[in-house]
Each structure stands twice: as C-alpha cells, then as structure tokens.
Design a protein around this ligand. Structure first.
Ligand code: AMP
Length: 485
C-alpha cells in the first residue's frame, strides 16, 4: 500500500516523503482511515510499530480545518514519560511542517512560565504528561472544553507508573462528544476496563510487535564478581567498536556513580535519569543524539522508548529486575534493520533474574569472558534461611559475601569454569556452536520485593538505632540448648 491511498492531504504526503517513509506500516494502514472517519480506536501496538504517525498524521489534517482559542486546546495527547512526550512533539513538528498548527509540550521539570505563555497564545495540540497537565489545569491555565480529540498513548506504562488515577481525572474533565484514541502494548484486564470506560464503540486494531530485538540484536552475557563490574564494563567498551551506547543501571543513584567513574577513566559519558532537572535531561539527550556524547548512562524509565537512530551498543551494567525491561533495553539498538549489539553484566546473585530473561526471550544468551577478569558463576539458590551472619566492618563486605556464596553454589556454568584463566580476549560462544551455555535450573517468580542487594543497600543507608554499626556477637550466635543431666 502507498501513503497516497490513505486519504492524507498533499502537504502531509510531502512531509512523509521528506522523512523518507515509502509505505505505511500495518498500524498506520489500519488506523489512519479510521481516525479520519472520526472513530474511536483501541490500538494494541508497541513502540517501534510506527504507531505515533498512525495518530499524528490524521490528527494534523483534521486539526488543519480550524483554529484554537486562547488556553483552549483542540486536542490532547497524554504520554507516560517526558521523553516519550518530547518524541511525539518532535513527530508533530516533522509531519506538520507544511501546516500552520501550534503545539505545546507540557512536561514536568520545565519552567511553568514558558508553557503558560504558549497556552496563552492558543494551541491546537497539547502533548502532555498527566502530572504537569493537571498542575497547569489547577492553575487555571487550560480550559478543556474545546478538546475534540484525546490520545492516551502507552496506557499499560501509565498503569505501571501509577498514572491511571491522573488519567481518569483528566478524562473526566474533557467534553463528552470527542474522539478517543487509546494505545497500549498489552491489554491486561485493568487496561480493558479503562478502554471500555473511555471509548465509544471503538474499532479494535492489533498489530504484531516489531521483530523481537531478541532475534535481531547480537547479545552476550558476562558473569563477574561484583567487585569487578566496573572494570569489566570498561574492558567491554574498549574491546568493542562502540559508536554510541546506552548503559543501563537499575537505580538512579548508580547512574550517577557509574557515570562519574567512567568519566574519571577517560570515557565520554553523561547521565540520564528522572531526578535530573528536565532542561538538563533534554540537553543531555540532544548531545547524545548529535554525537557529542558517546556513552549515555541511564535508568530504565528515563530511556524508555527512546528512538535514537543507529545506536551501536546497549550495555546492561545491571541485570534488569523485570525481565521485560531487558527487551526494552536491548531494543534501543538494532533498530530499523541496523545491526545491534547488547552486552549484559551479571553477578552470581543475578542467576534467577537472568533465567527469567532467558525464559522470556526464548533463547540462551551466549556467554562472553573478558581477558584479565575471572569469570564467576550464576547462583540459583537462595541463601539458606536462618543462618546468622555477623556483619563485619568494611565497605567490601557485601561483595565478599556474594562471592563466597557463589563459591559454595553448585557449578551451573561450565562455560564460565572452562574459560577461567584462559586469558582469551572477550569472546562470545554460542550455545549451538559448542554447548557453552548457562543452565537454568529454575525460573524465579517475578520479583515483587526488593532484591537482596537493594535491600542491603537500603539497610546500609538506614539509620541503625540501638547498636550503632555494631551487632553484638552474642545476638548472632544460635541459642545453646542446655544438656539434660
Ligand atoms: P513509533 O512506533 O511511532 O515509535 O515509530 C518507530 C520508528 O518507526 C520511528 O523511528 C519512526 O520514525 C519510524 N516509522 C514510522 N512510520 C514509518 C514508516 N511508514 N516507514 C518507515 N519508518 C517509519
């Protein structure tokens, strides 16, 4: 099919051709005619399917017919993260370059003043995250009675991030006769319930997820002692031809720590996480996209859905807590048919989390060893309960405990053992080639409680009341049972 068959205006077709698209993606083919017919749409589609253009393109033509009034936007697009909202706003600008529509991007972390001035001039399209949208509404800066088109994008992420009450409030503020387009990558019962409440007689469109990154990205896994992680990462980066890379950490504060460490070692790195002021986040992302920064150390939320062309590498400095995040992470590379490479570092205690990832992607991740770094083994069993440990002073205690646990655990990675001490350059061995694969004895249930390492880290920060930093030894000793005479 050709874009010209979708009933789009000549201006839009020109903009689409300028962007370099030759034919519509399946979601565009199915959704664009329905949106133009003013039908409500329930779209089951992920990022990477071209779903943004499936609502932005017809909206531009529909909005071109009228003009907005001061503070009275005519359409509203809700996005779960600032980065996704910014990306959608960019799409509006690219596809709408031959139209004279006005748009305001309302995201947290930016100054209210600029956003309010835009609203005062009158905007056709609002692209917003729910929190900032409600803040501005509460300040009396937005009148919603003119909104005729509402888009709720990435509804399942909104749910994950706890934004559904805000979304419900916003929908309750909108006029009833309106067109609603609702997109979600998955349709759990809670999302279905929302769709039923928000949509009127919707057309349902479901498209297959884009080719799983698990199939197109060359992946590897390296298991090391926690003390070796940073050195291992540095060696991996040096051994690969990294044009640009995202490096994922599980926690925001680790993003800063790792980024500083990489910079100290001469790497060109910048951090990206949700605690940074928004102007700094935007600036960092721009510098990364322009190639001024080579390594972006990021948290999952800040980097979600980022569409950066030609990213050569993704490094998982931590094994993600939720297996699905692994797919999101590695999907940042190998986009649009380009080759991609992802390398994950794990420590012994990550065994269950790695097993969950392998189960999700349905294939083993080849093991890679690193010259000069002793490979470790994944551990799959929890520490025996009730064993008392006397905390010792010293910041390496955690690492030492983990490493000694790993030594006790049954051999689960023959590859890692064989590779130990070989002094090879980093090398990836595939399961099919030589049986050099991890064996996963069991898959951990999805973790709902903090991981042990997190819990320990939290404990280490918590104020200890009573014993200071010292646990008297008698408390850690098992009680003696008196011998009967
Ligand atoms: P999205 O799913 O909206 O995040 O889009 C994913 C990527 O596909 C973005 O980089 C878009 O620029 C690109 N894209 C969208 N529509 C098309 C198309 N018809 N042909 C080629 N690329 C497209």
């Amino acid at each position: 099919m050709d874009f010209s068959e979708l009933g789009l205006s000549p201006e839009l077709l020109r903009a689409v051709s300028d962007v370099g698209y030759t034919s519509p993606t399946p979601i565009q083919e199915q959704a664009i005619p329905q949106v133009k017919r003013q039908r409500d749409v329930l779209g089951c589609a992920q990022t990477g399917t071209g779903k943004t253009a499936s609502f932005v393109l017809p909206m531009i033509d529909m909005l071109a017919a009228g003009r907005s009034r001061v503070r009275m936007p005519r359409s509203l697009i809700l996005e779960p993260t600032r980065e996704l909202a910014t990306q959608v706003a960019d799409s509006f600008e690219r596809y709408g370059k031959y139209h004279r529509l006005t748009m305001a991007l309302l995201i947290g972390g930016e100054r209210f003043g600029d956003q309010e001035r835009k609203l005062d001039r009158g905007v056709d399209v609002l692209v917003a995250t729910p929190g900032r949208m409600l803040d501005l509404y509460g300040r009396g800066k937005i009148i919603l009675s003119d909104v005729r088109i509402l888009v709720i994008d990435e509804a399942d992420r909104m749910l994950d991030m706890g934004f559904i009450p805000d979304v419900e409030r916003i929908v309750g503020l909108l006029p009833k006769p309106r067109q609603t387009l609702f997109f979600s990558a998955t349709m759990p019962a809670e999302i279905r319930r929302l769709a039923d409440a928000f949509l009127t007689d919707p057309v349902e469109i479901a498209v297959a997820p884009p080719a799983s990154p698990a199939a197109t990205v060359a992946q590897s896994l390296t298991v090391v002692d926690p003390r070796d992680k940073r050195e291992a990462l540095r060696r991996l980066i040096r051994s690969e031809e990294v044009k640009n890379a995202l490096i994922f950490c599980n926690r925001k504060r680790d993003v800063d720590i790792l980024c500083k460490s990489l910079t100290r070692h001469g790497f060109d790195a910048a951090p990206l996480h949700g605690d940074m002021p928004q102007p700094k986040r935007t600036e960092t992302l721009e510098r990364f996209k322009n190639g001024e920064v080579r390594l972006l150390v990021a948290s999952d939320v800040a980097a979600r859905g980022l569409d950066i062309k030609g990213m050569s590498h993704v490094f998982c400095f931590d094994v993600p807590i939720h297996a699905e995040d692994y797919v999101h992470r590695i999907g940042r590379t190998g986009r649009a048919g380009m080759p991609g490479r992802s390398l994950m570092l794990a420590t012994p205690e990550d065994g269950p989390a790695v097993a969950a990832i392998v189960k999700l992607i349905g294939k083993d991740i080849p093991i890679m060893t690193i010259e000069g770094i002793a490979p470790a083994e994944l551990a799959f069993e929890d520490r025996p309960r009730g064993r008392s440990r006397t905390p010792r002073a010293g910041h390496n205690r955690r690492a030492a405990e983990t490493a000694s646990d790993a030594r006790r655990l049954p051999a689960s990675a023959p590859a890692a053992r064989r590779a130990r001490g070989t002094g090879d350059k980093p090398r990836a061995d595939t399961a099919a080639a030589d049986g050099n694969v991890m064996h996963f004895p069991r898959v951990a249930p999805r973790r709902t409680e903090p991981r042990r390492s997190e819990a320990r880290a939290d404990r280490s920060e918590a104020k200890i009341v009573g014993f200071g930093d010292h646990l008297p030894a008698f408390l850690a000793r098992p009680p003696k049972v008196a011998a009967r005479g």
